[in-house]
Design a protein around this ligand. Structure first.
Ligand SMILES: *Cc1c(COP(=O)(O)O)cnc(C)c1O
Length: 349
């Protein structure tokens, strides 16, 4: 997103960067773990750090196998390509990443047809409407193959009871169920449910390590051995085979050890930010969930003015009329306090 681009890294300039949880700097300890990692050629299957990480993540999610990839877009793409053939269809939310934010990769590269649905206010899909769109076996129609969900969605943890209903629906119709779990660890920490418990109903899950977990690169796809074998071939085909990828896997392993429980701090910081902002005049806050706060401005001009005002104080945000503020590894309680003060001043100006 071009309006988010900045030629310098925020942390190195002492800035408070609330644009996303992807802007984090790897910690010194993470860099040390990366530097010390034993590595090999992962295209040959030789990288011990990658192999161990894949095994660890598969076990953590209660799945047979796991595959490391460069990004969440790539793990989602591999999942869609591995579940669906050309001329087959996946059911998805209009604003879900796997439909809206991945440049149509499944359609472009896989000939896979998306069937999008409006998303309910709690981040779920209306399963009655979804069921109505499942196509009967008829040569006129694409073959419905997959339902793709997202957790968290805009910071919201989707109810597990709903996930179980979605599972019953796909079972009834012989479909598969994929989770875009880019921020699934935020859901783990928010609910107290284990990754395994949250993800048991899914045939595949895509997990990002470069969001709240704070690694520079890296996502993992988990699923059955058969599915991951297919994903492995697709990964090679789309140029995603990496060589000494243990450097990345070591960061991911470190994040599993040190950066999961601390997501609770991000959630508390987001809560404090929400509480500090919600009485300010001229803005409307949406309920806060996990590490995200959404601020709605009366006009696009006000949003731009406030964003510029914040920037002049070293605080980076989007300038959208519906502004998303995201807490992460490099946002402290003091940063939250400074942001609330600066926000109030920028609104008055
Ligand atoms: C960030 C994100 C992804 C993957 O994005 P990459 O930048 O490709 O790693 C997928 N889904 C959601 C919901 C995301 O926020």
């Amino acid at each position: 997103m071009s309006h988010l681009q900045l030629g310098v890294t925020a942390v190195s300039k002492g800035l408070i960067d609330l644009r996303s949880d992807t802007v984090t700097q790897p910690t010194e300890a993470m860099r040390a773990a990366m530097a010390a990692a034993p590595v090999g050629d992962d295209v040959f299957g030789d990288d011990p750090t990658v192999n161990a990480l894949q095994e660890r993540v598969a076990k953590l999610f209660g799945k047979e196998a796991a595959l490391i990839a460069a990004s969440g877009t790539q793990t989602n793409l591999l999942a869609l390509l591995s579940h669906c053939q050309r001329g087959e269809e996946y059911l998805v939310g209009q604003e879900y990443h796997t439909y809206r934010y991945e440049a149509g990769g499944a359609a472009v590269l896989g000939g896979i047809v998306p069937q999008p649905f409006e998303i309910e206010s709690d981040g779920t899909l209306n399963l009655a409407q979804v069921e109505k769109r499942i196509k009967p076996d008829d040569p006129h129609f694409p073959i419905t193959r997959l339902l793709a969900l997202e957790n968290t969605h805009t910071g919201k943890v989707i109810p597990q009871e709903y996930v179980l209903r979605a599972r019953r629906l796909v079972d009834k119709h012989g479909l598969k169920l994929h989770l875009d779990g880019a921020r699934v660890f935020n859901a783990v920490v928010a609910t107290g449910l284990s990754a395994q418990e949250l993800c048991r109903p899914f045939d595949s899950v895509s997990i990002c390590f470069s969001k709240g977990l704070g690694t520079p690169i890296g996502s993992v796809l988990v699923g059955s051995k058969k599915l991951i074998a297919r994903a492995h071939r697709w990964r090679k085909m789309v140029g995603g085979g990496m060589r000494q990828a243990g450097i990345i896997a070591a960061a991911m392993d470190h994040a599993l050890d040190h950066h999961i429980d601390r997501l609770a701090d991000d959630h508390a910081n987001a809560r404090d930010l929400w509480e500090g902002l919600h009485d300010l005049p001229g803005i409307r806050l949406e309920p806060q969930h996990t590490n995200m706060v959404y601020v709605n401005f009366e006009s696009a001009d006000t949003a731009k003015r406030v964003s510029d005002g914040l920037r002049s104080q070293g605080i980076l945000t989007s300038s959208a009329q519906r502004m998303r503020l995201v807490t992460h590894l490099n946002i402290s309680p003091a940063d939250v306090e400074r942001t609330i003060t600066a926000f109030s001043a920028a609104l008055k100006r």
